[in-house]
Design a protein around this ligand. Structure first.
Ligand code: PLP
Length: 407
């Protein structure tokens, strides 16, 4: 009789992270067979030749001294001071280092925040489409994601009335991702003010993922949530991965704002959970001060002539020229989320399409349904490749969709 296989956590069956899932595994197999792929599945700046700014690299080199002990669980004091000062400059009320938590990327802090907050059965309002770590971390910390829809027809902006209608006795927190992954939406101030009012009325913690906070295009403006939230408890997440193109260093932060007394227990819980994992990667923390006190290196990339701007322009133009695609032009972040329309959309299945693109066109996309939406006619690409490469990718996409439209 054979020994039964190891059991794993049951709720993992509810969790998906297809950005690095089955299609990415198949892509590795194809690469092992010698195929050269264009992998558009991950917002991974370093993989597309972006370099972290020199002064950040120097800050790490200058500070490493070989001993590099564990830091305080909330992070190096200098790093936390720089983060607090950065937040104070942009209007976060009462931003101070004791309310800053440095982590191994925003990813770790999302998990820690939800673990600090949730009891079994508690609900978290999560956008759909979402960045799937938010729903995964809610589930794995015994909560239940309740999705509010951000409709393509509404520029992928949430509808505050719909959000409020989903609030129940069990709702504890409301997640915003601004600028948004995967849709590229950037939320206007009036909308954020309405969301804050909902959180205030129903005593919800605002969890605002602002990892793309400097990445906006044309006349879009990034509106930080914490200054608008005022006394309402709010956690704002940021980091070095995207704006500073240093994702492999694994540096993120969470800043708790709002009424101190109301968030005291939550901050103690964050501190305890931070202590259990000792501290964040120390060399990465050395770069925080340089990143936040130094020159703005992301805006030039997002303006006409800048690489991200031109990549975005290439995608917008390719979608406009295709009879099979519709796109809400991304206002921010590093992605486009086109929809397939017309004859090509008949019987369309985003996973099958992504598999076909991989097998026949050497392009790895992420099916839209991976972002917890109830439809299957979207896909996501990252804007990180060179514009010419994106033009070539969209020519291949159009070829496959034209074939499907005629079938
Ligand atoms: N939040 C969003 C919306 C993201 O898109 C990502 C990464 O792609 C993360 C968080 C994770 O960022 P980090 O590299 O800081 O863990």
């Amino acid at each position: 009789m054979s020994t039964p296989p190891l059991k794993t956590r049951e709720r993992l069956s509810e969790v998906r992270y297809e950005i690095r899932g089955e299609l990415a595994r198949r892509a590795r197999e194809l690469e092992a067979q010698g195929r050269t792929l264009v992998k558009l599945n991950i917002g991974n700046p370093g993989a597309f030749g972006f370099r972290a700014p020199e002064h950040l690299q120097r800050a790490i080199a200058d500070h490493i001294h070989g001993t590099d002990p564990y830091t305080h669980q909330q992070g190096l004091p200098e790093a936390r001071e720089a983060i607090a000062a950065h937040h104070a400059r942009r209007g976060t009320p009462d931003a101070s280092p004791d309310r800053v938590f440095v982590g191994n990327g925003v990813s770790e802090l999302i998990d820690i925040s939800l673990r600090a907050l949730l009891n079994p059965g508690d609900e978290v309002l999560v956008p759909s489409p979402d960045y799937p770590l938010w729903s995964a971390a809610t589930i794995l910390n015994d909560g239940r994601p309740v999705f509010y829809r951000c409709h393509a027809g509404n520029g992928f902006l949430p509808d505050p009335d719909e959000i409020e209608a989903l609030v129940s006795q069990r709702t504890r927190a409301l997640v915003l991702i601004n600028p948004n992954n995967p849709t590229g939406a950037a939320y206007p101030r009036a909308l954020l003010e309405r969301v804050v009012a909902i959180a205030a009325k129903h005593n919800l913690l605002l969890l605002c993922d602002e990892i793309y906070d400097g990445i906006v295009y044309d006349d879009a403006v990034f509106e930080p949530l914490a200054p608008l939230a005022g006394d309402v408890p709010c956690v704002s997440f940021g980091g070095l991965s995207k704006v500073h193109r240093a994702c492999g260093w694994r540096v993120g932060w969470a800043v708790v704002s709002g009424d101190r007394a109301r968030s005291a227990d939550f901050r103690h819980a964050m501190d305890l959970l931070g202590a259990l994992r000792l501290c964040a990667n120390v060399p990465g923390q050395f770069a925080i001060e340089a990143a936040l006190d130094g020159v703005d290196t992301i805006t030039p990339l997002c303006q006409p002539g800048g690489r991200l701007y031109e990549a975005r322009r290439a995608v917008i133009e390719a979608c406009a020229a295709s009879a099979h695609l519709s796109l809400n032009a991304p206002a921010g972040a590093l992605y486009a989320f086109p929809g397939v329309v017309g004859d090509a959309a008949k019987g369309f299945d985003d996973h099958g399409f992504a598999l076909e693109m991989l097998e026949t066109e050497d392009v790895l996309l992420v099916p839209g349904n991976s972002f917890n939406v109830p439809y299957r006619n979207h896909f996501r690409v990252t804007l990180l490749p060179q514009p010419e490469q994106l033009r070539d990718v969209f020519a291949r996409i159009d070829r496959v969709l034209s074939r499907r439209a005629q079938a």
